[in-house]
Write a protein that binds this ligand. Structure first.
Ligand code: ATP
Length: 384
């Protein structure tokens, strides 16, 4: 099913509106051209920046191409090509060893042309995790537990296939559709690794909020690292703010490395002790002592036995709202700056984007930066 280069995307899909943009990608809605029921898909186009790198194997037709890649030679390829190849390798492994799973995005096909590589994916039209939660009329611990259950289910399947996501965060969890029963899908495998063959790419881009201590200290990253990220997501789901909170990235790193978080805020008083116990076990610095995805699926809070059914404190929902809004702003900022070479040259801007909490002052600075980039184009340099 995957990727013979002679087939063209446009022969089989009508490409429609843009659903979103990532650092190296554009995601568009697509509709199958085949007769019968129309199938809607998401087409993620991974842009290729350079020519096919040297050392990249040739495909069966004798041409060089990403679809033919068996083992990437990371040292010889640019970061963008490495990310691109990695995502395809991991998606292929998912198709072989995980799919279909209701909590992991499904890849239908791959096309390659001079514009890049197009991944034809299951279309998720139900929105991002936090967007749906803040829009809920009644948000409860039991609702949060249902989310954790789905993420843990998806992670369990990935981990059994030796795939470590490495970039688990709320924006990489999308609902399949708008129904109440919609499954939640884990996606975006650009930084993921397959334990037996990948030389992991260091995922230093973007926020470090969800990054485990071992990833920060360049230790061995394993499935337990994803469990840490799940612990961070759960902490935010139940409080509306992240567990490791600091105004500088350096301080935040120190807190993460020490596993220094607390349940001191008054809103935690109403949260069940079983949920707090689960968070503490997931946010344990020693990865060996963290529960696995399979284990937490047996946890009384995750099953729903000890999760409260009363509406969550209004303050939690309101904080989650602003946390989500700040995060979205930051994501949009990164996506727009990333494609510009300015990003790579502007340490100051990088630092600004790396700290997850933007003050109004910082937002204003960013706004000015972007205006300059937009006016001067890709080759602009930012001096201040
Ligand atoms: P990056 O991978 O560069 O860190 P990203 O995760 O935001 O960034 P993408 O995975 O390319 O990048 O996704 C960009 C946006 O497209 C997402 O924010 C999401 O809203 C949307 N999107 C991605 N995949 C799908 C999908 N299968 N269905 C619907 N929307 C999607």
């Amino acid at each position: 099913m995957m990727g013979q280069e002679s087939r063209r995307l446009s022969d089989e899909y009508e490409v429609a509106d843009v659903l979103g943009k990532g650092g190296f990608s554009v995601v568009r809605r697509g509709v199958s051209k085949s007769t019968g029921d129309k199938t809607y898909v998401a087409i993620k186009t991974l842009k290729r920046f350079g020519s096919t790198p040297p050392g990249m194997p040739r495909n069966r037709a004798g041409e060089k191409g990403l679809a033919s890649v068996g083992f990437p030679m990371w040292k010889q390829v640019s970061i963008s090509d490495a990310l691109l190849t990695n995502e395809i390798l991991v998606m292929r492994k998912i198709v072989e060893d995980v799919s279909p799973h209701s909590n992991v995005i499904h890849l239908y096909d791959v096309y390659e042309d001079p514009n890049g590589v197009h991944l034809v994916l299951e279309l998720c039209s139900g929105g991002e995790l936090f967007d749906r939660i803040v829009a809920q009329e009644k948000y409860t611990e039991a609702g949060a537990a249902a989310v954790v259950r789905q993420i843990a289910d998806g992670l369990g399947a990935l981990h059994r296939a030796n795939i470590v996501h490495r970039d688990l965060k709320p924006e990489n969890c999308l609902f399949l559709n708008n129904t109440e029963e919609s499954p939640l899908k884990i996606m975006d495998f650009g930084l993921s690794s397959v334990e037996e063959f990948t030389d992991p790419i260091v995922g230093l881009f973007g926020s470090i909020d969800y990054v485990s201590p071992e990833a920060l200290s360049q230790g061995r990253i394993s499935s337990a690292s994803d469990m840490w990220s799940l612990g961070v997501i759960l902490y935010i789901l139940l409080s509306g703010y992240p567990p490791f909170h600091a105004t500088s990235n350096r301080h935040k790193q120190q807190l993460i490395l020490a596993g220094d978080f607390s349940f001191d805020d008054h809103s935690w008083k109403t949260i069940s002790s079983s949920a707090k116990q689960l968070i503490s076990s997931l946010l344990t610095v020693d990865p060996h002592r963290r529960p696995t995805a399979q284990e937490i699926l047996q946890h009384p809070w995750v099953i729903g036995d000890s999760a409260k059914q009363d509406p969550m404190d209004a303050e939690v929902v309101s904080r989650l709202h602003s946390f989500n809004a700040r995060r979205k702003f930051r994501a949009a900022a990164i996506a727009s700056v990333w494609s510009s070479t300015v990003f790579l040259r502007t340490k100051k801007l990088k630092t600004l984007l790396g700290s997850h909490d933007l003050t109004p002052d910082e937002i204003e600075k960013l706004r000015i930066h972007f205006k300059k980039i937009c006016t001067k184009g890709d080759n602009a340099t930012i001096s201040e």
